[in-house]
Design a protein around this ligand. Structure first.
Ligand SMILES: Nc1ncnc2c1ncn2[C@@H]1O[C@H](COP(=O)(O)OP(=O)(O)OP(=O)(O)O)[C@@H](O)[C@H]1O
Ligand SMILES: [Mg+2]
Length: 242
């Protein structure tokens, strides 16, 4: 079982949408996948039709003294989802403590899932330093970033050991600025930058409006094809990072 964490270089780069789409695409090529939402916004589940009012999730279970596994929803055979869970305002304020208390059990929790899943994809919130100790345990870490000046600058201050690969998201090939930034990253990052991008595609936003992943909402869309290619890349690299 390979643990692959996707982490936004900043907020809103499309990390959650990409994790949802790639998870569903992995299932469609025969992998058993668990998606874990580490973002307190608790939005990943909405891509799979989980009702907004549903409060189940690992954070809720942890705070209520239950086991992690109880909060896993079986979306389809072979596709599990572990939402963050619904927390109260006071519980949100104590998030650093929650993450810190959860950390020692993280590795044990994951190892118990090794027989059930081929891959675990983790949706990591941007700028949430408390989750990094968990993320650094993942065999494969991918930074999601838009080809814009903000991400260009932010990448320069991200310690190199924290990630294995970078993925350009919401890419618009018609934008000269984005093309230039991509070219510059290709020169700087070499193989670290994935050749595959996730294109800017309205179907991705519409899919969430339909509480679906882009692959089920619009299978022929550019973003769905990108996610499918990314899923194949994930499987290929799973062997390289056990
Ligand atoms: N490839 C894409 N093309 C067009 N719109 C996209 C794409 N990916 C995501 N979006 C839209 O961009 C917005 C942010 O996406 P998403 O929530 O997936 O980003 P995020 O990085 O997880 O954000 P956050 O940092 O808040 O967790 C949403 O409205 C989503 O529908
Ligand atoms: Mg997100």
């Amino acid at each position: 079982m390979t643990c692959l964490a996707f982490c936004g270089l900043r907020g809103g780069t499309g990390t959650t949408s990409t994790v949802a789409a790639t998870g569903a695409a992995l299932l469609s090529i025969g992998a058993k996948v668990l998606l874990i939402d580490l973002s307190p916004e608790n939005l990943l589940r909405l891509h799979f039709g989980v009702p907004y009012v549903d409060r189940h999730g690992w954070g809720r279970s942890w705070l209520d003294g239950h086991t992690w596994h109880e909060a896993i929803c079986d979306i389809q055979p072979g596709l599990g989802l572990l939402p963050f869970g619904g927390l109260t305002g006071a519980e949100h304020k104590n998030l650093p403590d929650t993450f810190q208390a959860f950390l020692p059990a993280w590795r044990d929790h994951l190892s118990t899932l090794a027989d059930c899943y081929d891959m675990v994809l983790i949706d990591t919130p941007a700028g949430e330093r408390n989750v990094w100790p968990l993320i650094l345990e993942c065999g494969l870490r991918v930074i999601t970033m838009e080809a814009d000046p903000a991400c260009f600058i932010l990448l320069t201050s991200l310690p190199r050991h924290t990630y294995h690969h970078c993925l350009i998201t919401r890419y618009d090939p018609h934008s000269r600025l984005q093309r230039d930034i991509r070219l510059s990253w290709q020169g700087q990052l070499g193989d670290v930058l994935l050749e595959q991008v996730i294109h800017r595609d309205e179907s991705m936003a519409e899919a969430l409006g339909q509480k679906q992943t882009v692959g089920s909402y619009c299978p022929d869309s550019l973003a769905a094809r990108d996610a499918s290619n990314l899923a194949s890349w994930c499987l290929t690299h799973a062997g390289a990072h056990p």
